[in-house]
Design a protein around this ligand. Structure first.
Ligand code: URP
Ligand code: ZN
Ligand code: ZN
Length: 460
């Protein structure tokens, strides 16, 4: 059935205008000031509302075996949460352990999503070892529609690669035109500092940020930049949290290193004092890199505004407060790392970014949708409002007022890191390829409607 969205104010990175949008056969069929409804079309009145391209979260974990447990969402719960929050495409990190084969792992991750997800999806292929068979498996995964890899400079003994593996991965990526996303923290420094803190009897959640100060992240970025410069590979720094790390990326970019920077909604809105909350509450806010001093928030917002930082993700990694975070009750190094936020990214970015004047509406759309699509070979199928693009649209009500609460969220986790926070504006209608998937905070879509999005490498 066709869908006609009338009188909405369309916002893209470069345009803002009022028009009707006709969606048919999964794509945007026509955009015009006045379109007469075809017979049988559903009509949505979007007067007084914005219409944004469907938002894309470039960094999520749905299926994540990690730190002796599993993250809580599945594609059933995660895709519903994403859609209610205006995110219509997920790019998940496929994270094999060092024991596992890349190709088998890719198939395992794919199986979690196909037939279950209500939103569209793709994967960054995690390269967690590089042995004799890895290159051929990665080539095959690229042939199957993956155009980005993921490497970890952190998590020694789990996902972390050594320098030879890093070098080989980047060389292969350069040859294939694949972009390499990277978690940048010096794993040796983290391990040494963790040992020192524990030996001094410092075991509480607040020690997490003491073990991974900004210099640890900045060193990781500097390290990656050296390897990127020597190989010529295109790189993407995930979850950048602080000024020191951003400085390293900017300096490298200025000398010609190919680097894109992602920050997270958590770093833009939360600071390390949350991880210092008493009675183990701080564990809700343990993630890596850790939450930072508040002063970094202005650096990150300004970085988005000035184009020094290109995307905003969530790194969604939900672990229950009651049953999983306590794995690290007596040892902060065992607290499962992650702050859930998949459902709230867009509402928080709008409320605390656009409404406060830190970024404008065009930047908002760009960093959470269009630029993500461009970077990860999804544009203009995704991230665009133009004829022929997938009809993934967010009709956004700027007059909505509400509060975030665990009681109303769709994410399958027992707390909200933003409990009680005010929201000014939210999606009133969300479509995935022309099918309505969410209305006013409720999921009304179809599980299994989500498709794998094959991508072709472009970073040659
Ligand atoms: O704390 C985090 N970031 N958890 C998820 C795993 C990762 O490093 O992305
Ligand atoms: Zn990470
Ligand atoms: Zn992650």
């Amino acid at each position: 059935m066709a869908l006609l969205i009338k009188n909405g104010e369309i916002v893209t990175p470069s345009q803002r205008y009022v028009a009707d949008i006709l969606c048919d056969n999964e794509v945007i069929a026509r955009i015009d000031r006045r379109i007469s409804p075809p017979p049988g079309a559903e009509i949505i009145d979007a007067k007084g509302k914005f219409v944004f391209p469907g938002f894309i979260d470039p960094h999520v974990h749905i299926y994540l075996p990690f730190m002796g447990t599993f993250s809580k969402d599945t594609y059933t719960t995660g895709s519903q949460a994403a859609l209610v929050g205006g995110t219509t495409t997920l790019i998940e990190m496929c994270c094999p352990s060092r024991k596992d084969d890349a190709l088998q792992s890719f198939e395992l991750w794919m199986k979690q999503a196909v037939g279950k997800s209500a939103c569209d999806f793709s994967f960054h292929m995690g390269v967690t070892k590089f042995d004799d068979s890895t290159a051929e498996q990665l080539r095959e995964i690229v042939r199957r529609g993956i155009s980005s890899f993921k490497i970890f400079l952190a998590y020694k003994g789990a996902f972390g690669v050594d320098d030879a593996e890093l070098y080989r991965t980047l060389k292969l990526a350069r040859e294939l035109g694949v972009i390499v996303t990277a978690h940048c923290e010096n794993e040796t420094l983290v391990a040494e500092r963790q040992k020192e803190l524990l030996a001094a009897g410092k075991t509480d959640p607040a020690q997490h940020h003491e073990s991974r100060p900004p210099a640890v992240e900045a060193e990781g970025v500097h390290h990656l930049m050296t390897f990127a410069e020597l190989t010529g590979a295109a790189t993407y720094i995930v979850h950048l949290s602080c000024k020191e790390a951003l400085d390293q990326a900017i300096v490298a970019r200025q000398r010609g290193v190919r680097v894109t920077v992602e920050t997270l909604i958590q770093y833009l809105t939360l600071d390390k004092s949350y991880a210092e909350k008493p009675r183990f509450e701080g564990a809700k806010y343990v993630m890596s890199p850790p939450l930072r001093d508040r002063a970094n928030q202005a650096v990150l917002w300004n970085g988005l505004r000035d184009g020094l930082i290109q995307t905003v993700a969530t790194d969604h990694a939900p672990f229950d407060f009651k049953s999983q975070k306590p794995m690290g009750k007596d040892d902060f190094t065992k607290i499962p790392n992650g702050i859930p936020s998949l459902e709230e990214r867009i509402n928080l970015l709008y409320t605390y970014g656009v409404k406060t004047g830190k970024i404008d509406l065009h930047t908002f759309v760009n960093v959470a949708s269009t630029q993500v699509a461009r970077t990860f070979d999804l544009f203009p199928r995704k991230g665009a409002i133009q004829p022929g693009a997938d009809a993934d649209l967010v009709v956004f009500d700027p007059n909505y007022r509400g509060k975030i609460s665990v009681r109303t969220q769709h994410m399958n986790v027992d707390y909200s890191a933003f409990e009680g926070w005010k929201i000014e504006g939210r999606p009133s209608l969300v479509t995935v390829r022309g099918q309505v998937a969410a209305r006013d905070g409720k999921f009304v879509g179809q599980l299994g409607h989500g498709k794998f999005l094959p991508r072709r490498p472009s970073h040659f």
